[in-house]
Design a binder for this molecule. Structure first.
Ligand code: NAP
Length: 287
């Protein structure tokens, strides 16, 4: 990428694959709304190239920050000069910030989940939630559910060892919430929330065939972190089973606004801005 083509300051998103990312569109809409110059680039970086790529960035002028997506959210923790307490506790970072040659790692996915659940009035406190998945997104979801004082969070994952590792690492942060690792969702209490935090159901991926818990509270919510397509197979299935569906687009917008604050020290957040950005992305994810 020729630096001369970039208008300062510049940011971007790294991952592999990266073509599906909505972040470039999101940040271009945000820059338009805020009437601020901001270049934002999607950059394809594979696992083997991650370390040399990040080392090479230290000398790049006017680079403010990067979003981090699959498969690097854990790997960047070991490469940063400083890791926020939250990213450390979650065990994943989705934001890197560059200041004076230092690279710091942060997690704004937690804030994205937290804000989405609170603003949609999802009752979490003192209830049981089931979370499918044990990767970076699931870690952020479980952390947010701990913050919101869930009574119990059942982490269901195809690879049980990964669910157990998540529970072992996050449980000490939330003594009031019981975390349980399982390979199925056969919980014996009525749940208030089910979350798909796997990559299943993403456009081009296998649809979700998750078996929902046997009992749900009357106002139970199904939240899918997957945002493309807007109505995922998981949400369709859960809606038929009586859950209120909640898509992942708001989480995407909320975590991006929190990243913007880390990079620029300004908090551009308002419900109106969130809604405007969601509407701008809606067209892209419909289908
Ligand atoms: P990840 O770390 O790679 O984790 C993927 C998870 O999906 C793992 O638990 C994996 O299970 C499970 N999985 C994958 N294929 C499966 C299959 N065929 N059957 C059963 N389970 C399967 O990925 P991530 O970073 O957590 O991201 C997960 C999803 O969240 C992605 O679609 C991503 O786009 C989305 N996301 C959305 C937002 C947002 O702002 N809305 C933010 C972050 C992520 P195993 O452990 O058994 O492999």
């Amino acid at each position: 990428m020729a630096e001369s083509q970039l208008t300062p300051p510049w940011c971007g998103v790294i991952g592999q694959p990266i073509t599906h990312s909505l972040s470039p569109l999101l940040f271009s809409k945000l820059a338009q709304r805020l009437q601020t110059p901001l270049a934002y680039r999607p950059i394809e970086v594979g696992p083997a190239a991650l370390k040399p790529f990040l080392l090479g960035l230290r000398a790049v002028p006017l680079l403010v920050g990067l979003n981090v997506t699959l498969p690097h959210k854990r790997a960047v923790l070991g490469l940063a000069d400083w890791v926020s307490a939250e990213a450390q506790a979650v065990g994943a970072a989705n934001v890197l910030a560059f200041t004076h040659g230092d690279m710091t790692a942060h997690n704004t996915d937690v804030m994205g989940v937290h804000a989405t659940l609170v603003s949609n009035r999802v009752q979490v406190a003192a209830r049981t939630a089931v979370v499918f998945g044990a990767g970076g997104a699931a870690r952020a979801v479980v952390y947010a559910l701990g913050q919101l004082k869930a009574a119990q969070v059942v982490v269901v994952n195809r690879t049980l060892a990964k669910a157990r590792c998540l529970v072992r690492e996050l449980q000490p942060h939330f003594p009031a919430t019981v975390l349980v690792a399982r390979q199925d969702a056969q919980v014996d209490v009525a749940v208030g929330l089910v979350v798909n935090a796997t990559s299943l159901g993403m456009q081009g991926q296998a649809p979700s065939n998750m078996v929902l818990p046997p009992w749900a509270l009357p106002d139970a919510v199904a939240f899918d972190v997957v945002y493309r397509p807007a109505v995922t197979p998981f949400l369709r299935h859960a809606r038929r089973a009586g859950y209120r569906p909640l898509g992942g687009l708001q989480m995407l917008v909320e975590q991006a606004l929190a990243a913007y604050e880390i990079w620029f020290g300004a908090w551009p957040h308002s419900q109106k801005l969130t809604r405007t950005l969601m509407a701008a992305l809606q067209r892209e994810v419909r289908g």
